[in-house]
Write a protein that binds this ligand. Structure first.
Ligand SMILES: [Zn+2]
Length: 583
């Protein structure tokens, strides 16, 4: 019977030597700090081994095996935890979150969990009563398509509840403003702007705006948090991540200042989650290749810089808009079904493509030259195809196969796109919250045929594409009601069942197994940050990042997966969250 898993032969020999030494004379330095015994350890190693017990020493895994073997590592100062049959999985690695923005999102005002036009209007009215005349009322990451009515509130409705306050419902790539917002921002007087949507008959602005018009809004940035407050909020946000078992994250996009913020938390001993921080390209994407070279040459980072706690991630750019604002760049026109929902009235409209193929080739080329892993936000299938064809061109000159380039979101993958991804070694950075929350709406907007290519987990994995799990958490704090919900068990339940928030089951043949779902949130995300040798599975010598669960995720009734609770989270041998597991 195999007891331990070994990475390679020399390591195996050294380990056997130490074990013999230990059994003979019991050198105290080989006693574990902590033992978890009598459990079900889902190791996520390459054989998907299940063990009974695990030993931790300092910040690493000392051994994984059966109770008898692991008990031998107990010394006078070892803490023994009897799991009583409970399940341990490797620490959850979250593939795509925005914790800095999210941590501050409810600092000044709580953001309600709204589901209908009535609820959002009620909230705006209540805020208008509380706030002085002229003070902005902003709802960040407001996706009208998630409302029961599947539409934006009209300008008239917004005016009726807040006639004297500018209102902005910010949906990242599109939004809605009221008359007061237009007036104070001078939008009422602008005759032509691609980001300001107008009524076909009257020619007047409808209140709907696209991202390019966001900069016209005269929002006063008078409230600035000092650094101490920002650090504290971030620390608390990361602790909430620990509560649902998250031990590492890929921070979806940010600046060198964001990277510093995580480093400062680490320096003060307050960082409880490991961070792989993607950075936005530090140049205008439309400049020449040489200008990009100059700009990136002055950037003091590259992918992989840092340590096990805070590491520089990929270089990131944006290819298109978003699926919830009708700005994702699709393969075909959005079509009739989308007209009412998104206020689109151009029958040829496919979405907003921010970068063309040539610009992408330049950005990817320069990223590659400077040793960066490259990634891009793209939400529509048309954007996916443009991005993949740009990657194909770069690949002809400098092979990208082992560089772990990725597509963030992607959402719509045809079999042709999947084939190209396999050929290029590009992986899919998916956030199943977009499926869980929005598949019903997109089904309605785009029709049954196109929805078949939406979040095709089984097709991607079956073809050999590595699929990563994340949430795109941006706003609010609660793991189930945030935008987007970042609860990993909710996400895993959704990819296993293909069930949505509205109770439908969409394209059930794209469901994946529980084991595959776990992979998305553990070893696959470790691969994404080039760290599969140090984390993502529970194996000898790897970082002691693990989670104790309330239920066995492999055998519990399927619908219980979403309600699984975390009882204990350990990061680097340190317990960062503990609920009811004190013995
Ligand atoms: Zn994001």
């Amino acid at each position: 019977m195999k007891i331990f898993r070994f990475r390679n032969r020399p390591f195996q020999i050294i380990w056997i030597f130490f074990t013999l030494l230990l059994l003979k004379c019991g050198p105290p330095e080989q006693f574990a700090d902590t033992l978890f015994l009598h459990g079900k350890i889902i190791t996520m190693d390459s054989d998907f081994s299940i063990r009974e017990a695990i030993a931790i020493k300092n910040d690493k895994i000392l051994a994984v095996g059966n109770n008898k073997e692991i008990s031998l590592l107990s010394g006078p100062n070892t803490k023994e935890i009897n799991l009583g049959g409970k399940t341990i999985i490797p620490g959850i690695i979250e593939g795509h979150v925005h914790p800095i923005g999210a941590s501050r999102s409810e600092y000044y005002h709580q953001i309600p969990d709204v589901h209908s036009i009535g609820e959002i209007l009620q909230w705006i009215h209540a805020e208008a009563v509380k706030r002085d005349t002229g003070v902005w009322i902003i709802f960040p990451k407001f996706f009208a398509t998630r409302m029961l009515e599947k539409r934006q509130p009209s300008k008239a409705e917004l005016d009726s509840v807040a006639p004297h306050n500018p209102v902005f419902l910010d949906g990242s790539y599109g939004g809605m403003i009221n008359s007061k917002a237009m007036q104070v921002s001078g939008i009422s007087t602008i005759s032509k702007h691609p980001g300001i949507l107008k009524d076909k008959n009257s020619g007047k602005p409808t209140g709907l705006i696209r991202r390019s018009a966001f900069k016209l809004l005269s929002i006063s940035q008078d409230k600035n948090l000092d650094e101490k407050a920002r650090l504290n909020l971030l620390k608390e946000m990361l602790q909430l991540y620990n509560e649902v078992g998250i031990t590492s994250i890929c921070s979806g996009g940010g600046t060198p200042e964001d990277l510093q913020l995580f480093k400062k938390l680490f320096d003060s001993g307050d960082l409880s989650v490991r961070v792989f921080q993607n950075l936005y390209i530090p140049f205008d994407p439309h400049i020449s290749l040489d200008e990009m070279r100059t700009s990136l040459g002055e950037f003091n980072f590259t992918t992989g810089d840092g340590d096990n706690w805070v590491k520089v991630g990929a270089l990131k750019t944006h290819v298109d808009g978003g699926i919830l604002t009708g700005t994702a760049y699709l393969r075909e026109p959005w079509g009739k079904g989308a007209f009412d929902i998104y206020g689109i009235n151009d029958p040829d409209y496919r979405g907003v493509l921010s970068l063309n193929k040539e610009e992408l080739i330049r950005i990817i080329t320069v990223s590659d030259e400077f040793g960066w892993k490259f990634t891009a936000h793209v939400t529509g299938g048309g954007g996916v195809d443009v991005l993949l064809s740009a990657m194909e061109e770069v690949n002809k000159i400098s092979p990208i196969g082992n560089k772990r380039f990725s597509i963030i979101h992607g959402n719509f993958y045809t079999s042709e796109a999947i084939k190209k991804m396999v050929k290029l070694g590009v992986y899919a950075d998916m956030q199943s919250a977009w499926f869980f929350k929005d598949a019903d709406l997109l089904n309605l907007a785009l029709g049954e045929q196109r929805i078949k290519t939406f979040h095709p987990y089984y097709s991607l994995m079956n073809a050999g594409v590595i699929v990563n799990g994340g949430s795109d958490h941006m706003v609010k704090l609660d793991s189930y009601t945030s935008i987007n919900p970042y609860n990993p068990f909710l996400a895993m339940w959704s990819v296993v069942t293909r069930k949505t928030e509205r109770g439908s089951i969409i394209t059930p043949d794209e469901a994946i197994s529980r084991e595959q779902a776990l992979k998305m949130y553990t070893i696959n995300n470790a691969y994404a940050s080039f760290e599969e040798d140090i984390k993502g599975s529970l194996e000898l010598g790897k970082l002691a990042d693990l989670v104790v669960l309330s239920e066995d995720i492999l055998t519990c009734p399927e619908d219980n997966i979403k309600d699984i609770k975390v009882l204990l989270t350990m990061v680097g041998g340190r317990v960062v969250f503990n609920k009811n597991l004190d013995n």
